[in-house]
Design a protein around this ligand. Structure first.
Ligand code: ATP
Ligand code: MG
Length: 734
């Protein structure tokens, strides 16, 4: 038997060797679905059933595509070239360039980003005299995206699929939008798939040529395909008889986490309908995780209804391991400290940083961990997203603060002078630059000069004047109101907050959350200048290109990946399960949130550390955070709870008192400062919980007496273990 086949179990081998005919691999996390797909790819090539260019392989991310290319190359013993291997978008872009003319485009068409799309749509609406206040273009944009996810070109949108917009004009506007795109030789992301599907539907010769080309089709993460992606796959796979329909999809219904982007779990059922006689293979041995990790994940996902049902048993020889840790902490800062400490402990044991990941539910959560890792000097990367201080909205807000702090900061001023749009045209800005250069003065001075001399049209002049006066006012308020309040006020009064509130794109809410997080971060510093310096240092720190780094990412981005150690922070009601998701989708979303939790836990090979904080600043106020219901759903047998033990079990009791046994009670409603649309709260002071001299108990070190206390760190003289420095939440008064 070939070497690569011996590395598979019998079921996996069957899935690899059943090369002809449709095949569906339906199996739980870590059972080797991706390994099967990769090996199958190599097997097809090794047995000379097809050339590399005759296999079409779809992955969910570019990173996964790269990994698959490497794995196939390793099995082949040479670089795999000329592959049709990539994400749906990448593969469709390549096809669309080949057949651009059939879609009325030139082959060098541009792919628009969301900003450009929006601008185009607005232009059309304005030209059609549609009141964009009453009918927000964003709503139309999301309708168009939904249609595109279903493969509906304007003429295919039926009355049933129509939306209530601008008195029944939606379909017509969609048609105009598509025409405009063609005029400017551009497509949006949704077009990549939809236009290719349309080409394949209406050009039998093109479809036939692909039928000849693609002898084998391989699809990873099948549970998250949407309708148009499914249609594309079906068109390509349904080769006319007597050719076999060699399509192999692997997936896990329990890991379907993209329904908010139009993914249709029903595609799994459709597969068996559309490809009659499909072989269905189930894999049941998990080779990734230890028994407790699997047990915890299985217990959690068992709470979902309507599952296809799968068995998952540990397949590793060394499946015994640590229980899943659930750690209760005081607040997010302490949570970040706990994670940082454990990462350092791991490093000391010789664990690799690239084998550790912090997986969060919402993007704003990375900030606290990034800061902690920077303080500790631990290199990290943010996967599938930007580092907190590099995000556009944070850079904008920082630019405002830099100008506030230092009016002559031209780079910052330039960034925000027309963000949000203040009607300052390029001519005005160029004139401002010229004047500044000529006089050797900063841009702000030139701007004042232009207002005074009237070298600027009335409307932009008023807007510019308002901005400059704003800065004067905010600067003047700074000593009186404090930098936190002024930041909040500034973001509102400059129109910046509103810019994102008006924005109805899916990212806008996350951006507002990031701005809130920024205001919280500023609160941790005594002065604005101190904060700005901190951020400048944080940003600079980044330039080492070390390979060994901790990975930070959202749970959504972690699909298909694995790490020895996985941290899952922020398991609190509202944050995870996420309130916004629940508000939008009710019970169905709760199940999707639970699947997301399942994806998170099953990324871990050896250690899984879940945490929640007892206090979190959410929606502007400090409040006691209720531990996530998912914590209750983890089977006790596989879990070990640390710090504030028992807190989670009292979840149903009224929240504040639930913690009183473990955490010293603080004023639940700290002083809240209202500043415009932002509520800014002072962090609840932690009362000196454990005084020097107190006898304490520590899970690991046993009994001892506190000899010194500093912040949250205690020096304890333990009776057996000797003197140790410990974090106070880890000890109980004895
Ligand atoms: P996910 O659902 O999370 O995408 P998956 O089903 O795709 O998981 P893989 O990533 O392919 O699972 O495999 C999980 C881990 O188990 C990988 O490290 C893989 O190399 C290993 N593995 C898979 N099959 C075997 C096997 N037969 N023997 C040993 N290790 C295996
Ligand atoms: Mg996989």
């Amino acid at each position: 038997m070939s070497d690569y086949l011996t590395r598979l179990n019998p079921e996996q081998r069957a899935a690899v060797e059943t090369v002809d005919g449709p095949l569906l691999v339906l199996a739980g996390a870590g059972t080797g679905k991706t390994r099967v797909l990769t090996t199958r790819f190599a097997h097809i090539l090794m047995t000379r059933r097809a050339w590399p260019s005759q296999v079409l392989a779809v992955t969910f991310t570019n990173k996964a595509a790269k990994e698959m290319r490497e794995r196939v190359s390793a099995i082949l013993g040479q670089p795999a070239e000329g592959l049709w291997l990539g994400t749906f978008h990448a593969l469709c872009a390549r096809m669309l360039r080949r057949h651009a003319a059939l879609a009325g485009l030139e082959h060098n068409f541009t792919i628009l980003d969301t900003d450009d799309q929006m601008r185009l749509l607005k232009q059309i609406m304005v030209a059609e005299n549609i009141d964009t206040k009453r009918w927000p273009p964003q709503a139309l944009m999301s309708a168009i995206q939904r249609w595109k996810d279903k493969g509906l070109t304007p003429d295919r949108v039926t009355t049933a699929e129509d939306v209530d917009f601008a008195n029944g004009r939606a379909r017509d506007l969609y048609a105009q939008y598509q025409r405009r795109l063609k005029d400017v030789n551009a497509v949006d992301f949704g077009d990549l798939l939809m236009l290719v599907v349309e080409i394949l539907r209406t050009n039998p010769d093109v479809l036939a040529s692909y039928h000849r080309t693609f002898r084998y089709i391989l699809v990873d993460e099948y549970q998250d395909t949407n309708t148009v992606q499914y249609l594309w796959l079906r068109l390509l796979a349904q080769r006319p008889a007597p050719e076999p329909q060699n399509i192999c999809c692997v997936g896990d219904d329990d890991q379907s986490i993209y329904s908010w982007r139009g993914a249709e779990i029903e595609n799994i059922l459709r597969f068996e309908r559309d490809f009659p006689g499909a072989t269905v293979v189930r894999l049941e041995s998990n080779y990734r995780s230890t028994r407790p990790i699997l047990g915890a994940a299985a217990g959690l996902i068992a709470q979902n209804n309507g599952r296809m049902g799968k068995t998952l048993r540990p397949g590793r020889n060394d499946a015994d391991g640590d229980k899943v840790r659930v750690v209760s902490l005081w607040d997010s800062e302490e949570e970040a400290r706990m994670v940082g400490d454990r990462i350092e402990q791991g490093q000391r044991r010789g664990d690799r940083l690239s084998e550790m990941a912090i997986l969060v539910r919402a993007g704003f959560q990375t900030r606290a961990f990034e800061e902690r890792l920077i303080t500790l000097g631990v290199p990290y990367r943010v996967v599938g997203g930007q580092k907190f201080y590099e995000r556009a909205e944070i850079r904008d807000a920082m630019a405002y603060l830099r100008v506030l702090n230092q009016p002559a900061d031209d780079l910052a001023f330039e960034r925000i002078v027309n963000t949000p749009k203040r009607g300052l045209g390029e001519t005005t800005i160029r004139a401002m630059h010229a004047l500044a250069r000529q006089e050797g003065k900063p841009l702000v001075v030139a701007a004042w000069r232009m207002i005074e001399t009237g070298a600027i049209r009335a409307k932009p002049k008023a807007a510019l004047h308002e901005l400059l006066e704003g800065f004067a006012r905010w600067r003047e308020a700074l000593p009186r109101e404090g930098h936190v309040v002024v930041t909040a006020t500034l973001l509102d009064e400059s129109g910046y907050t509103d810019m994102w509130k008006q924005d109805k794109s899916p990212e806008a809410a996350g951006r507002l959350d990031n701005l809130k997080e920024l205001i919280r971060a500023i609160g941790e510093f005594d002065t604005l200048a101190g904060f700005l310096e901190h951020v400048a240092l944080v940003m600079e720190n980044d330039e080492n290109a070390e390979a060994e780094r901790v990975s930070l990412m959202t749970l959504h981005a972690a699909k298909g990946l694995e790490f020895d150690t996985v941290f899952l922070p922020g398991w609190e009601e509202g944050l995870f399960p996420n309130q916004r998701a629940l508000d939008e989708g009710g019970e169905k979303s709760l199940e999707e949130e639970r699947r997301l939790a399942y994806v998170g836990i099953t990324r871990a090979r050896k250690h899984c550390i879940i945490s929640h904080a007892a206090n979190r600043q959410m929606y502007g106020t400090w409040s006691s955070a209720v531990p996530s219901r998912f914590l209750d759903e983890l089977p006790e047998a596989h879990v070990e709870r640390e710090g504030g033990a028992g807190a989670h079990r009292n979840r149903m009791a009224s929240a504040p008192s639930a913690f009183s046994g473990q955490f010293p009670l603080v004023a639940r409603k700290p002083r809240v400062i209202e500043a415009g649309s932002w509520e800014v709260a002072e962090r609840p002071a932690r009362t000196a919980a454990i005084p020097v001299g107190q006898r304490v108990f520590h899970q690991k070190f046993g009994y001892g007496r506190v000899v010194a206390a500093e912040d949250n760190k205690l020096d304890v003289e333990f009776e057996k273990a000797g003197r140790k420095r410990v974090i106070d939440t880890f000890v109980e008064k004895a």
